[in-house]
Design a protein around this ligand. Structure first.
Ligand SMILES: [Zn+2]
Length: 271
């Protein structure tokens, strides 16, 4: 089957034909070991992609954002999005995420494979902010119940920039496209978890080895406890792994800062 000029006006058909002809070409894929700088991500040649064998994605999503409406509660909506999204982007940057982007009412951050503990520390820091600041502030000031949930996955990605128009040597309407599982799966894991929860895929969880990320500091009883609970997702066709791992806790108000720094340090020792 092919589309005809009698079916779609010619100027639109031309766009479709151009893209279809790119699709028919052979793709060239360059393999790299870590997430490249944004200016190193290919843009010009439409069949050139970069493959990164393992990338960690932390996805944070606002729960209850449909309770905000830009038409009726413009002030509240603007402030809530700024607080949630603005904090996520800046926190992930402070944790040295290699790439950060906003997607609807969510934010995702990509970390190199060598940084599983840092990625987790970033997620738990955002989780602590969401519970202790974001949820409370929105309830107190705007009387609206919002929340946050978080997903983490790690897998292979292909990336390139898909740009549209070249104007004065620069592309207009271009964006990085991260093809592969981690961003999608992390978003689905986030959507499966309840407000205030973090859900990680089994393949990411298996990267966590240290007691500090697996067991609590021991507060308040003095007895360190397992932090993660296994969730069976075998029946869920959206996932290609059988287990996910649930974390409900946030940073301890006595030891959190110390733990956070030590957990980031674990990646430096391994590197
Ligand atoms: Zn503690």
């Amino acid at each position: 089957m092919e589309m005809k000029p009698t079916q779609v006006p010619e100027r639109f058909l031309k766009v479709i034909e151009e893209q279809t002809s790119i699709y028919q070409k052979r793709t060239s894929i360059t393999r790299v070991n870590s997430i490249p700088d944004q200016n190193q991500i290919p843009l010009d040649n439409p069949v050139h992609w970069i493959r990164i064998p393992s990338v960690i994605c932390v996805y944070v999503d606002m729960v209850g954002s449909t309770r905000l409406s830009a038409s009726e509660r413009e002030q509240d909506t603007a402030r809530a999005y700024q607080l949630f999204t603005g904090t996520a982007v800046r926190l992930f940057a402070a944790f040295n995420a290699a790439y950060i982007d906003v997607k609807g009412d969510g934010v995702f951050a990509l970390f190199d494979a060598g940084m599983p503990n840092t990625a987790l520390a970033a997620a738990v820091t955002f989780k602590s902010f969401a519970e202790l600041e974001f949820v409370q502030a929105l309830k107190r000031d705007l009387n609206v119940d919002l929340g946050a949930h978080i997903g983490i996955d790690e897998e292979t990605v292909l990336v390139r920039k898909i740009g549209m128009r070249r104007v004065d040597g620069r592309y207009d309407r271009q964006n990085e496209v991260w093809a592969g599982k981690p961003v999608n799966m992390a978003a689905k894991l986030a959507s499966l978890s309840k407000s205030g929860q973090l859900l990680a895929s089994d393949r990411f969880f298996q990267r966590l080895k240290d007691e500090k990320v697996l067991r609590s500091c021991g507060c308040p009883s003095g007895q360190p406890l397992d932090l993660w609970e296994r969730i069976d997702v075998k029946q869920d066709a959206r996932f290609d792994f059988e287990s996910a791992w649930l974390l409900k806790t946030r940073w301890c108000d006595r030891h959190g800062a110390e733990f956070c720094s030590q957990i980031i340090g674990l990646d430096r020792i391994d590197a």
